[in-house]
Write a new protein. Structure first.
Length: 329
């Protein structure tokens, strides 16, 4: 038993020691710069979130020798490291490497260089360490300023656009609901109705389908005239033979209760009618209908809403658009 415990402890120490040594090496790595004339340009530790990119800009003198070092402090590797002249093509690129040590290149004509670090990991951020040195080729560039300063440029262009102006609102009648349902003897049916958002009010007609109504100009024709303000009242039959009960109310419980005889005073409703009409000012309501006849009847519900429609004028105008971008000084 003691042997097993000792072996387990040894294995744990070995694995823990290995893991710790890797992290310590990455965190304390310090590449050796042998040249006495090397001037430090950058020494930074920074975090790159998952899927993001960080760019660094430095200016170098002509024929500077540039020494690049980079490594991972937290993470498995450097996803992407590239170097290119500002506005030019890549001259160096590394992908999925744990470190880059003492990589030397020359700035032939001098100018600004872009150092790009990318983290392609989908879920985890990474921490990189980055050092940069330059070895001047000429004494006059010994204390050359490597900082990059930027100017903000505002570029104005003009485009043709279409602009709209609200002139007025017009009330336009529109048929928003129509349905014919077949109800057997004593059958009840409820419908939930949602009207357009720009509805001012709605005229409705409900009843038993009949040719006589069509001879008066049709259900929708009458409702359209009523919505336009014309006092065209259809002939309402008295309760002889077939009839219906109906109720319109925001509450389904109240509408159904009215035609079942257990509730009174819905928003709109009537009993033992052949046809009825009215006006409501709701966007959402429940309509319940009951067939009082001993035979099957076709019952219709027709609705025409007065919609508040905006009227616009359109004009083609030339407008300025300002684009902002940065350029190095």
């Amino acid at each position: 038993m003691n042997r097993v415990r000792v072996i387990s402890l040894i294995l744990m120490m070995l694995f823990t020691g290995c893991a710790t040594s890797v992290n310590t090496v990455n965190a304390t790595m310090k590449p050796e710069i042998k040249s006495r004339n090397a001037k430090s340009v950058a020494d930074m530790t920074f975090k790159v979130p998952s899927g993001k990119v960080k760019n660094f800009y430095f200016r170098f003198a002509p024929h500077d020798s540039i020494i690049l070092n980079a490594w991972v402090v937290k993470g498995n590797d450097i996803s992407l490291l590239s170097v290119k002249p500002y506005g030019g093509n890549k001259i160096i690129q590394f992908q999925k490497v744990p470190y880059v040590l003492n990589r030397v290149f020359t700035s032939d004509t001098g100018g600004i260089y872009v150092f790009t670090f990318k983290n392609t990991n989908t879920f985890k951020s990474k921490i990189y360490r980055f050092t940069l040195h330059r070895i001047p080729s000429y004494r006059k560039y010994m204390y050359f300023n490597t900082s990059v300063f930027w100017d903000t440029i505002y570029d104005t262009t003009y485009r043709w656009v279409i602009e709209s102006t609200l002139v007025r609102y017009e009330s336009v009648p529109e048929r928003v609901f129509f349905r014919v349902i077949s109800l057997s003897a004593s059958e009840k049916r409820c419908m939930k109705i949602t009207l357009p958002e720009n509805t001012e009010y709605t005229y409705y007609m409900v009843g038993i389908s009949d040719r006589e109504l069509e001879e008066q100009g049709g259900k929708s024709g009458i409702l359209f005239d009523m919505a336009r303000g014309k006092n065209r009242i259809p002939h309402i039959k008295t309760s002889k033979g077939a009839s219906i009960d109906y109720a319109i109310d925001p509450s389904r419980y109240r509408a159904l209760g009215y035609i079942e005889g257990r509730a009174e005073h819905p928003l709109k409703g009537a009993r033992k009618i052949v046809m009825d009409f009215g006006r409501i000012e709701l966007r959402k309501c429940h309509v319940c209908i009951k067939n009082n006849a001993k035979t099957e009847e076709n019952v219709f519900l027709d609705m025409v809403s007065l919609l508040k429609v905006p009227i616009f004028t359109y004009e083609r105008v030339r407008k300025p658009f300002v684009k902002m971008y940065r350029v190095p000084k």
